[in-house]
Design a protein around this ligand. Sequence first.
Ligand code: GDP
Length: 429
Amino acid sequence: MVTAIIGGSFGDEGKGKMTDLLAAKADIVVRFQGGANAGHTVINDYGKFVLHILPSGVFYRHTENIIASSAAFDSDEFFRELQILKDNGVPAPAIKISSRAQLLLPIHKMQDTLEEQRLGKNSFGSTESGIAPFYSDKYAKRNFQISELFSDDLSDKLKRFCNDKNKFFGAFYGIQNPLSERDLKEYLTEVKDKLAPYIFDCPHYLNSAVKSGKNILLEGQLGALRDVDNGIYPFVTSSSPLAGFGSVSTGIPPYEIRSVIAIIKAYSTCVGAGAFVGELSGSVAEELRKRGGDSGEYGAKTGRPRRMAWFDCVSARYGCMLQGATEAVLTMLDVLGYLDKIPVCVGYKINGEVTEEFPETYLLDNAEPVYEYLNGWKCDISGIKDFSELPEEARAYVEFIENKIAVPITMISNGPKRSQIIYRKSACI
Ligand code: GDP
């Protein structure tokens, strides 16, 4: 059985906690996309961890953790995170890295930072983890697949990579020759030796695992609205956070992904630039931001305050549709317990017309949110385990959203801890 757990909105929906929870039943957890640019927060008996590149199954002894072929593999970050686990007493996890994954290099991070500086007020709000330069080099076919490090002669590739990058850095940033073939060769040789014990043939291995009935969890990063094609381009990531991309990255047939669990949260947040319909400001935003998550809505990677809005049915329904969600998890419901009335965005008014369909990016700048106001429950629901024990208003809130996004909400997260979860009718647990 292959299940994908992915973000239904703009990211930061609480995927880390839910993946950690679902990983308890998984034989294999696969990180299929992106790099060390986002952070999944996991709180468990070992402490609080923010995983940027490691799959969320690393806390379980029975789980194999895989970084699949389409990930932007940052070797330095990978070993840094492994060390953090070790320092906190987490037993060494079983990890495999696809030989077809490509290396995100220090020069990609440097380029990301310089490019954001160059763009100035038009910057994308990148986490400066090197993702866009990495994927640019990958699709220009000049970057390094891990398997290539094991080939006999890399010299032509090294020469082209260094020439191209040096020319680019000189022309764009006025930095002359930041890369030397010798230094890069040395770095890659070191990486190759360190990675050798982890490397495996991802597509064959995972196809066998599917055939033998293993329980496989594909773990997404970011959210549907950041998809490079279907999201709010150009304010998107440089790959696809959609469940379907899990098939591309792993080599598993698309029809094997039977269950797609979209994570959405009870209000909306967004990091980085781009239109964000219904963005709150002032004390209303600050109050929600302060109460959100386990310690406020601040970027897991950057610490930046997240942009805040009420739940947005328009973007969430679109996000769930793109993901092909078979069910949804509503997280952070506990956060809204302070409100008398809870606004929910049910439509966008664009040039005088109200639509419930998420439009192309250029129309978002003129979109105004249309709200319905639901009753708040005004109490702490974080200890509740059973849906029927939730206050009537909280149940009505869940059912309202479920109806609007047209996907069954099978689980409700009402706190950051593993135990703070309400099951309704999930096919997966
Ligand atoms: P991810 O990237 O989707 O994993 O999201 P984050 O790492 O930004 O996680 C969101 C934050 O909310 C983390 O600090 C989690 O510990 C916390 N969190 C997850 N689920 C809940 C929940 O249901 N309620 C509250 N209050 N916090 C939660």
